[in-house]
Ligand binder design. Structure first.
Ligand SMILES: Nc1ncnc2c1ncn2[C@@H]1O[C@H](COP(=O)(O)OP(=O)(O)OP(=O)(O)O)[C@@H](O)[C@H]1O
Length: 952
């Protein structure tokens, strides 16, 4: 190195100690040079002849940072008396920045710059970088993307809904599967997909109080999504915190509106009740802004043309400001068709503006459905049918008739284009099959004197309500029967449900204290923590409670499928509430027949209700979706019977049975059948499940992570089949591997095992630790530059080769998230100093086998000597890469067109016949396509990594 190389003010790095950062020449005297290293607050003096220093020159297009923290992009470099002046741009203007002003810490982005600055890694880090880019590219293009990471069984009806809805821009749908078929899981899959692919960032889940914890746990254990609960206490605490410090800061900086507890996290869970009661919280939730909102048990959102409920109004205001909306309810018509319509109106106010029109449309589906059925069953299509089809499909019919599977093509088109199919999904037990039997066991009991005069009407359904506790506990025969039954069933777990919290509390006290039966109460007067404690106590298989005594509201939506006995201590008036009750046990995961014990008091409205449910609706043994409609149709007679006019009972039951059968057939033929067909297209679901399983079956994720752990200092201990224990090792890089507890983490790589063993973390390509490692490898400098040695007879010692990895860079606003549509495989080149391209002769994997590491000290000595050759090879690689750009751009463009083109055409065609398609949805895709085309036209190849190979 020449003395003249050094000038005061120049920036150099020490490649023997890269941790010092970017040094600045402060003194040159005799044969010695002194540098200050501001980042390390050190000064060092070197002999000029053998100083381990490399001159740092930022290249055009690279980012520089000043010691004030400002960032610029280099546009030109000028040498002013040996000190560099960067002409750099801050996005608006060009500034002149002397290298003297550069920050003391430095992270070079160009791989060769890193190499020259001594910021190079071992061979394995380059391998990891290469593998990361390739996996990311493959995964982005995979149809399984976004659906791999959930700890769930692959159930076709859920996977179908997830892929159908999740890919939409700002999905707005009603998930209305029957009770216990997994709507929470469907919503979770959609949310996970949207977050994973960057379609959504902020999500709000609104649920009844009693389900807060269950949602929190389900989102975390099944999807690794960590939600923050905002309840009154936390809300007040966050507001209080803000009052002290932030308010002052906000005041000083004039930001009066930033004290919003809903903005403290991206994923927030809160209760509908809390938002309804607290106007301030509601305002804050509204102001915070969300990409996706999920509302569970949406049947609580009652609405009538003359007045909406406060709950409805809360969700309405939030939904108007939130792009995506998922409403969940198993019983969409629980409070009548008007509320059902109103929920659809929340999803799409433009489309569902008039209740009467909606009623008429509903009637029209039956005709469509009959034609669909005939098409499905390969029956002959009459001229009238053809006429009808032409009416619905117009000229497209001719086109569809050219398809190889004409009937299916017509069915698909009809399903797509008509009715609520696109925004309403409903799967039924009948369609899914495989659910265990429900066995009703009625227990008639004599009505005690105590209830004289209270035994009819709605009051008669729960006559104990409001009576002196001591008395009814002693005299109501249901109590003694319950005690005896629980003792007889011991140790089997039993869920007991009654209408009122007070009844539940009294029963629980009685059973616990007087009968010595381990039990817990579960109702709306308990705090959330108490409720969760009760549920946990009940679910504990060894030490837990035998009986859980629940009130109606308390138990809604809860998972108790590990129990096989249900006691209906009383019966609800509404058939949907009965279905909700049975649904606590009749859920996915229930393994045995469910025994439904129904004690009722003879000669009271309880008996009427029992007989009506059992003989009129058959609602105990089978899920009855039409119960509410039957009740509405026969309201008067039902009320008469409940009020004690037993003369009408037989007639009511007969009429109810007839009406149930009629409505079931109508639904079968009409709207529901269409919705059902649209809610799960098995072939599509099964193909996708096949792809997901293929992705999972390959051992690639484990191989990849084991290599990553090796480089990132995580120790891996074998823990039996499919399972390992991960622990921070000696050289643990906490920055790259997040969330690894100090005492380790036991993981499984198998979905089956993950489903059985909830204590193991399920590692998939979409586990946050895996995505975190991949993101951190690509966004950091790890493996960008590496040095390796190679020993092959064919090449003389001292020969240099360079393996270069290029990726396509598209300058596009982050918000467009274009990378997910631009899966372009990275380009690999292998060059020698003469510019010969050898990648075919020595593929990456082969090179990995042949290469070995060079000791760091030796490498540091070699780098300055080979710098000119490396620069030449970088030039060669860049020149050789140029011809690849156009074909890569074409491929990217084809990829983008393949994603958006058909989607836009499909939506455009659909919109002509189905007003459920919003303009905004199509515009979103059109804008994405235009932006993607624009971005691709400016795409360039960027050197992502180099491995310099020295033959030995
Ligand atoms: N794919 C799946 N893999 C594993 N477990 C599942 C799956 N789908 C659902 N479950 C389990 O089945 C039960 C019912 O699911 P979930 O709570 O999502 O149903 P739901 O339709 O929301 O019920 P409800 O109508 O009562 O609100 C839960 O315990 C859930 O964890």
């Amino acid at each position: 190195m020449e003395t003249s190389d050094f000038v005061i003010g120049q920036r150099w790095v020490s490649h023997s100690d890269t941790g010092l950062g970017l040094g600045i020449v402060t003194d040159i005297s005799g044969r010695r040079v002194t540098l200050g290293f501001p980042a390390a607050d050190e000064e060092r003096t070197y002999a000029i002849d053998n100083a381990p220093l490399s001159r740092i020159v930022f290249q055009i297009g690279e980012e520089i940072e000043t010691f004030g923290g400002d960032r610029y992009t280099v546009r030109a470099v000028e040498d002013v008396g040996g000190v560099l002046m960067y002409h750099a741009d801050d996005g608006e203007n060009i500034h002149q920045i002397s290298e003297v002003k550069l920050a003391g810490s430095v992270n070079f982005s160009a791989p060769h710059q890193r190499l020259f600055a001594g910021q190079f890694d071992r061979n394995g880090a380059f391998r990891l970088r290469y593998a990361t880019v390739q996996h990311q590219d493959r995964l982005r293009a995979s149809p399984a993307q976004g659906l791999i990471g959930a700890r769930t069984q692959h159930l076709p009806h859920q996977i179908y809904i997830a892929q159908e809805v999740a890919r939409r821009h700002a999905p707005r749908v009603l998930l209305a599967d029957e009770v216990g078929l997994g709507k929470t899981i469907e919503a979770g899959l959609i949310l996970h997909y949207q977050l994973h692919t960057g379609r959504a960032k902020r999500a709000l889940i609104v649920v009844p109080d009693s389900l807060i914890h269950q949602w929190l746990v389900e989102m975390l254990r099944r999807f690794n999504l960590r939600f923050s609960i905002i309840d009154q206490e936390r809300y007040d605490a966050l507001k209080d915190d803000e009052d002290d410090i932030d308010a002052l800061v906000n005041h000083i900086f004039g930001d009066e509106n930033s004290e919003n507890p809903f903005e403290t996290d991206q994923l927030v869970l809160c209760s509908l009740d809390f938002l309804t009661r607290n106007a301030g919280a509601r305002e804050d939730a509204l102001a915070a802004g969300w990409d996706l909102m999920i509302v569970d048990e949406a049947h609580h959102l009652a609405w009538a043309p003359e007045a909406a409920s406060p709950e409805y109004e809360v969700v309405e205001s939030l939904s108007a400001r939130t792009r995506g909306l998922l409403l969940l309810t198993a019983t969409p018509e629980q409070v009548g068709i008007a509320s059902h319509f109103a929920r659809l109106r929340l999803l799409d106010p433009a489309r569902f503006h008039d209740l009467e029109t909606f009623r008429e449309e509903e009637a029209h589906y039956e005709t469509i459905n009959q034609v669909v059925r005939r098409l499905q069953q390969d029956e002959a299509i009459s001229d009238a049918d053809r006429e009808a089809l032409r009416g619905w499909l117009g000229q497209e019919l001719d086109q569809l008739e050219q398809e190889s599977d004409t009937r299916q093509a017509i069915i698909d088109a009809l399903l797509d284009r008509h009715g609520t199919g696109r925004i309403l999904f409903r799967n039924t037990r009948a369609a899914i099959r495989g659910f265990p039997e429900r066995q009703p066991e009625p227990v008639p009991l004599p009505c005690p004197e105590l209830y004289d005069g209270l035994d009819v009407g709605l009051e008669g359904l729960s006559p104990e309500h409001g009576r002196a506790e001591e008395r009814w506990l002693a005299e109501d025969p249901r109590v003694a029967w319950l005690e005896k039954t629980l003792l007889g069933l011991r140790p089997a777990k039993v869920v007991v449900i009654c209408a009122h919290a007070e009844t539940a509390m009294a029963l629980e006290h009685y059973l616990q204290l007087r009968a010595g039966i381990r039990s817990a109460a579960f109702h709306e007067h308990l705090s959330l923590v108490e409720r969760d404690r009760a549920a946990a106590y009940f679910s504990d298989s060894e030490q837990g409670a035998q009986a859980l005594i629940c009130s109606e509201i308390g138990s809604e939506g809860r998972n108790f499928q590990f129990a096989h006995h249900l006691v209906l201590f009383d019966l609800p008036a509404n058939p949907d509430l009965l279905e909700q009750r049975i649904g606590r046990l009749d859920r996915i995961g229930q393994t045995d027949a469910i025994r439904i014990h129904i004690p009722y008091l003879e000669g009271t409205s309880q008996e009427v209700q029992y007989r009506w449910f059992h003989d009129g609706l058959n609602a105990f043994a089978e899920s009855c979706a039409v119960g509410v409609a039957v009740q509405e149709a026969l309201q008067e007679r039902w009320q008469q019977a409940i009020d004690g006019d037993t003369g009408v009972l037989d007639e009511l039951i007969e009429a109810s049975a007839r009406e149930t059968a009629r409505l079931k057939t109508m639904l079968q033929n009409g709207r529901d059948a269409l919705i059902e067909l649209n809610s799960c297209r098995r072939d599509v679901a099964e193909e996708l499940i096949g792809r997901i399983e293929e992705e999972e079956a390959s051992a690639q994720v484990r191989d990849y992570m084991i290599e990553a752990f090796d480089i990132l200092g995580v120790d891996v201990e074998d823990h039996g089949e499919h399972s390992d224990v991960l622990k921070p090792g000696e050289h643990y890089h906490a920055g790259h591997v997040t969330d690894l507890p100090e005492d380790g983490l036991t993981v499984t790589w198998s979905r089956e095992q993950a489903l059985e063993r909830e204590d193991l973390a399920f590692m998939s390509w979409e586990h946050p630790m895996v995505t975190g490692v991949m993101d951190s490898v690509t966004s950091s400098g790890l493996g960008k530059a590496a040095l390796a040695s190679l020993s092959v007879k064919a090449l003389p010692p001292g020969t240099l080769l360079m393996e270069a990895l290029f990726t396509v860079h598209c300058p596009a606003p982050e918000s467009l998230q274009l990378t997910r549509y631009l899966p372009v495989s990275p380009l690999r080149l292998l060059v020698d100093v003469n510019g010969k391209e050898l990648s075919a002769a020595l593929p990456h994997d082969r090179l990995n086998e042949l290469c070995s590491n060079i000791r760091r000290r030796t490498a540091q000595a070699i780098v300055p000597q080979i710098r000119p050759q490396v620069e030449t090879m970088v030039d060669h690689a860049e020149r050789l890469s140029e011809p690849h750009l156009e074909p890569m751009k074409e491929k990217a463009l084809a990829g983008v067109e393949a994603v958006f083109g058909p989607e836009i055409r499909r939506l455009e065609a659909l919109q002509k016949v189905n007003p459920a398609i919003r303009d905004e949805e199509i515009d979103y895709f059109r804008n994405q396509l235009a932006a993607a085309r624009e971005a691709v036209s400016h795409a360039s190849l960027a050197l992502e990594g180099i491995r310099v190979i020295v033959t030995a």
